[in-house]
Design a protein around this ligand. Structure first.
Ligand SMILES: O=c1ccn([C@@H]2O[C@H](COP(=O)(O)O)[C@@H](O)[C@H]2O)c(=O)[nH]1
Length: 235
């Protein structure tokens, strides 16, 4: 079922406590939103059943944000199982062996594998604490993105602050850039550290933006989504 009114550049993160709350939010957002992200927080709260319902009954596109990371054989088996569901995007960590295994698992299915570069909630101090090599974050993100693309990733997850740098990579031609860490001007950051506005993310080369709390925690989620969509309509 197509959604002529929805601008699928906006993906709304359904980080609500359970599937019922997810369905309720989706019904409040109605035709305004055509693309939803279901993540780890909903996994034990009926996330896959919700994904199925949103896709089959309401015609929404679904991004399953699992951020898989394991030995290749396990990632491949996990993705083969997930690919039986009718989903659109799936995340894995951007390490080349993980991306290659995920692509094997998704072979023959119309499921795009997106590689996480560096979480948008991290800054350089966090990387130091995790013993990740020295260097500027945008430079490390660009390198991880190039390696993930070389391993076959259909796209990458990065902060909007790195979108322009990734878009300029030759390896990024025809690949997707999806950016969480998006905040309308003045919105609370929460735990996000590398952020930019919806318009900035898109003008810098993102194909899709992911927006969660600024919409689902808003007093009027439909109005909050409309404000983001109005900003996107201007770029
Ligand atoms: O680097 C990443 C990867 C994934 N996410 C996910 O996106 C949403 C963002 O939610 P907000 O409420 O808009 O901050 C959330 O589900 C994360 O798990 C990310 O933020 N950064």
């Amino acid at each position: 079922m197509p959604h002529p009114k929805a601008d699928d550049r906006l993906i709304v993160a359904l980080d609500v406590p359970n599937a019922l709350a997810g369905l309720d939010l989706a019904s409040r957002l109605g035709d305004r939103v055509g693309f939803y992200k279901i993540g780890l927080g909903l996994l034990t709260g009926g996330g896959l059943a919700l994904a199925n319902e949103l896709k089959q009954d309401l015609g929404k596109r679904i991004f399953l944000d699992m951020k898989l990371f394991d030995i290749g054989a396990t990632v491949e088996a996990a993705v083969r199982g997930i690919a039986q569901y009718d989903l659109d995007f799936l995340t894995v960590h951007g390490d080349p062996h993980v991306v290659r295994a995920a692509k094997e698992g998704a072979a023959g299915k119309d499921l795009k594998i997106l590689a996480v570069t560096i979480l948008t909630s991290l800054d350089r101090a966090d990387l130091d604490a995790a013993l990740i090599r020295p260097g500027d974050i945008p430079e490390i993100v660009a390198e991880r993105a190039a390696r993930a693309f070389a391993a076959g990733a259909d796209g990458v997850i990065a902060s909007p602050q790195e979108a322009a740098m990734i878009r300029a990579l030759p390896e990024a031609a025809g690949r997707l850039i999806v950016t969480p860490g998006v905040r309308p001007a003045g919105a609370a950051l929460g735990d996000q550290k590398r952020v930019a506005t919806p318009a900035r993310a898109i003008t810098d080369g993102a194909d899709h933006i992911v927006v969660g709390r600024p919409i689902w925690q808003a007093e009027d989620p439909a109005a909050a989504a409309e404000a983001v969509l109005a900003e996107l309509a201007g770029v």
